[in-house]
Design a protein around this ligand. Structure first.
Ligand SMILES: [Fe+2]
Ligand SMILES: [Fe+2]
Ligand SMILES: [Fe+2]
Length: 436
């Protein structure tokens, strides 16, 4: 089949770019701009809720950096990263904390109350970024001890956590407020000194207020200017020192992507990680190694990325989808490629992840590619995805045995999936799962 669909055009355009991204992917190390793009994209995913982009993390990062520039400019780059990641622990929560401007502990669910700890635990594992984890852990603490989750007080709350508190609270209170004036903001912060914020933080805000605080905050409120503002800041961030940039591995952050993506769908915790594992096993059995193997493994983490924009009512629907629901469902593969496009070092992975819903017989989506026109990595991820989908429990079905997995895979060999890959999958399951 002629390769002409929307995904195909993107693939063509990216071919040249991919050449450049290969160097990064070969080494698995990243430079500053890769780290920035990865974190900016990750926070977009966290903030896409209920069909709406909240841009909460972007705003918190920008404001936190702005406040930190006034206190300790050497730290402000790290405050920016902490701002992008501060709510990463909301994964799996029914609703984003930005939906609760009155964040009073007694009204919060367990998950909402502990999202700072969950987030800190995730960030702690990202090499090079672990230093921001303690600040994230305390980003909801108040100096009067009435914050959460640990009810810390005054000096025991790190000043950088207090900066995150200011930035977070600013966005929760004022982002949707029409007709906001500079004195509204000033008054709000003033009235929370001694409770939420320390007198020291108030001094800083007062200093900023005498400069350009009003103008700055209004700019941040303007959604159309946000991407430019973010880009400008990221462009000017100093290079992270050699040891850190060497340490910060793309794979660790992609694993976090997987956690965030999976947390959106009930019953699929660990799905992306398992699809990665099965993809690796199948690829190796097919004789794939080196750079290609690494790319397939990375793309597997991202294969469901675009689903963050698909409503849960469609993703978890027990019965068959109607026509318009299908249309929405199919769109997620395009979103997957678009989101991957935002990170230059990952361009090469777009077709591998985005075409994992194509069918071998040409009746899949988004482009209806057939047989070998579907990239090998995408064909492998499709089978790996099927194995996990059949094997694990979902909202619409119970977990099934390995015998049933084999039966189902056989049924779809040559229609949905590449028969050669299915043969390897069946061999693997027979040898590793059924022989025990
Ligand atoms: Fe939070
Ligand atoms: Fe937040
Ligand atoms: Fe999947």
């Amino acid at each position: 089949m002629e390769h002409t669909g929307i995904g195909a055009l993107r693939t063509k355009r990216l071919k040249k770019k991919c050449k450049d991204s290969t160097t990064y992917l070969m080494t698995g190390k990243m430079n500053n701009s890769t780290l920035n793009q990865l974190l900016a994209t990750l926070s977009l995913i966290i903030d896409y809720q209920g069909g709406e982009q909240l841009y909460h993390a972007w705003r918190v990062a920008i404001v936190a950096k702005y406040v930190c520039d006034e206190i300790s400019p050497a730290e402000s780059q790290w405050l920016f990263y902490a701002g992008l990641l501060h709510d990463v622990g909301i994964t799996g929560i029914e609703s984003h904390p930005a939906r609760y401007p009155e964040l009073e502990e007694s009204h919060l669910s367990y998950w909402l109350r502990y999202h700072p700890v969950i987030g800190a635990n995730i960030v702690e594992k990202i090499p090079g970024l672990s230093r921001v984890a303690p600040w994230i852990r305390d980003h909801h603490e108040w100096i009067n001890g009435k914050g959460f989750p640990a009810h810390k007080r005054e000096q025991s709350i790190h000043v950088n956590s207090q900066i995150l508190r200011v930035a977070d609270d600013y966005d929760l209170r004022f982002r949707t407020r029409a007709g906001l004036t500079r004195s509204d903001m000033y008054e709000y912060f003033r009235s929370h000194v001694g409770t939420e914020f320390s007198p020291h933080m108030w001094d800083v805000l007062r200093r900023l207020n005498s400069k350009d605080m009003g103008l700055f905050f209004f700019e941040v409120n303007d959604e159309s200017r946000l991407p430019y503002k973010l880009k400008e800041i990221m462009h000017d961030l100093p290079a992270i020192d050699g040891t850190v940039s060497e340490d910060v591995s793309i794979d660790v952050i992609l694993r976090v992507f997987g956690i965030v993506i999976d947390a959106r769908h009930h019953y699929t915790a660990g799905h992306s990680e398992r699809v990665r594992e099965y993809s690796m096993i199948l690829s190796k059995r097919l004789g794939i190694k080196g750079h290609e193997l690494k790319s397939i493994a990375r793309a597997a983490y991202l294969h469901d990325l675009g689903k963050i924009a698909t409503p849960l009512s469609i993703l978890n629907k027990a019965g068959p989808l109607n026509k318009s629901e299908w249309k929405t469902m199919r769109r997620h593969t395009i979103y997957t490629m678009e989101l991957i496009d935002a990170v230059e070092a990952l361009w090469e992975l777009g077709p591998l992840a985005g075409y994992s819903q194509e069918r071998y017989d040409g009746t899949g989506y988004p482009d209806g590619l057939k047989g070998s026109a579907i990239p090998m990595g995408a064909r492998i991820i499709a089978v790996a995805d099927a194995i996990d989908a059949i094997k694990t429990r979902r909202s619409y079905k119970r977990a099934l045995s390995w015998r049933v997995v084999v039966r189902e895979l056989k049924k779809s060999s040559g229609s949905m999936y590449d028969p050669e890959i299915i043969d390897h999958a069946i061999d693997y399951i027979t040898e590793e799962k059924l022989a025990l």
